[in-house]
Design a protein around this ligand. Structure first.
Ligand SMILES: [Fe+2]
Ligand SMILES: [Fe+2]
Length: 373
């Protein structure tokens, strides 16, 4: 267990992120890493050990080892909170319920309706909606607040706020892919944006959630999501502002409805042009990079013959990233050839050219981190 907040903490161990609060998640090796948190509320007479978003069965051994290093064993957990019922959040609940059958489970009624299908005992379930003003007083004397974030991304999703440490546990909201470390920097936005474009249903849902975060009093100093980097300081407001203006899920699908077939057509022609310059094998290799590691959907769905059938997330940005990666394998002359071809492919279909192509004149410098998502 690490007790002092470190710059580059060892993610194979529990990491202290605030007073009586530890990250006990799944390390940073996968594209979509899982964050779980442990909070020890020490009162004058009673102690409450709360586990937040315990995680999937795959991460159980790590969770066990990390929580044990803090408090001596998972059996000491007497309260479990879950933002919603996805397997990456609650998959290991059946084990936890056996280890400590008297632990209380806190979640929304919507979440419970699905989680109870694990065969859990409703005697120990407490619906967060039943607490007056969404505030619960724990046996230790501490308060915790529950903030509903409907459709971010589940209709019954609820965040947990600890006003004592001012840490907000936000679930999938503000979660991100491909996070390089435990704490987020400005570059984490790329992964947060991609994750929200894919998993959040609409900008309206995000706006409501952001509004609720802004109303928190005292304001949070840290936001701890279930995936990706933990946000602190000014980054919180920067990312909240960006979220408010982000088109996601249905916004993208409905606004691009007429353009999607044309884009699919265009991306396949761009790939053909890439094959002419680089060969089948190299292009196949590049497209495999978009399949990441199985913890996240592939950005492109391909047929057996390598044709793109579906593009996930914001299609223009996804294709632009693909073009950037293609460019990395080309010399200057080939790049110019491909740029002209792509411009023609897009303009023939009345599609807007990518920013990337318009920047060509100035001689683009590609960000590796962005190109790799
Ligand atoms: Fe989820
Ligand atoms: Fe999740």
């Amino acid at each position: 267990m690490q007790t002092k907040k470190a710059e580059n903490p060892d993610l194979s161990k529990a990491v202290s992120i605030g007073n009586g609060t530890w990250w006990v998640g799944s390390g940073g090796k996968s594209f979509l890493s899982r964050n779980s948190y442990f909070r020890e509320f020490k009162g004058s007479e009673k102690v409450v050990n709360l586990l937040i978003d315990p995680g999937p069965p795959l991460d159980f051994d790590q969770l066990n080892q990390k929580v044990t290093s803090i408090v001596g064993g998972l059996g000491k957990v007497n309260m479990i909170f879950a933002n919603h019922q996805d397997p990456d959040v609650v998959g290991c609940l059946p084990y936890l319920a056996k280890i400590n059958p008297n632990a209380y489970f806190l979640a929304s009624e919507d979440t419970w309706r699905l989680v109870r299908l694990f065969g859990l005992n409703s005697k120990y379930f407490r619906a967060v909606e039943r607490f007056k003003d969404g505030r619960a007083v724990l046996p230790s004397g501490h308060q915790i607040h529950f903030i509903a974030t409907p459709f971010c991304h589940f209709r019954g999703a609820v965040m947990l706020y600890d006003p004592d440490t001012r840490i907000l546990f936000s679930g999938d909201l503000l979660g991100g892919i491909a996070s390089p470390g435990l704490f987020a920097g400005i570059d984490n936005w790329i992964g947060i944006k991609a994750f929200h474009q894919l998993y959040m249903p609409s900008n309206a849902a995000l706006r409501l959630a952001v509004q609720k975060i802004r109303q928190l009093d005292p304001a949070p100093v840290m936001i701890a999501p279930q995936h990706g980097g933990i946000l602190e300081g000014e980054l919180i407001e920067t990312f909240l502002e960006r979220l408010e203006n982000l088109q996601v899920g249905l916004d993208i699908i409905t606004s691009l409805h007429d353009q999607l077939p044309l884009l699919l057509d265009a991306v396949n022609e761009i790939l053909d042009a890439g094959r002419q310059l680089l060969g089948e094998d190299r292009v196949a290799e590049i497209m495999r990079a978009f399949e990441v590691d199985g913890t996240y959907p592939a950005f492109f769905t391909l047929t057996r013959s390598g044709r793109v059938q579906e593009i996930r997330g914001e299609p223009f940005e996804t294709i632009e990233t693909m073009v950037k990666i293609l460019y990395r394998s080309l010399d200057e002359r080939q790049k110019n050839l491909l740029t002209a071809r792509i411009l023609k492919i897009l303009l023939d279909r009345n599609l807007p050219p990518f920013d990337l192509l318009l920047q060509q004149e100035a001689g683009p410098e590609f960000e590796l981190s962005e190109a790799e998502f």
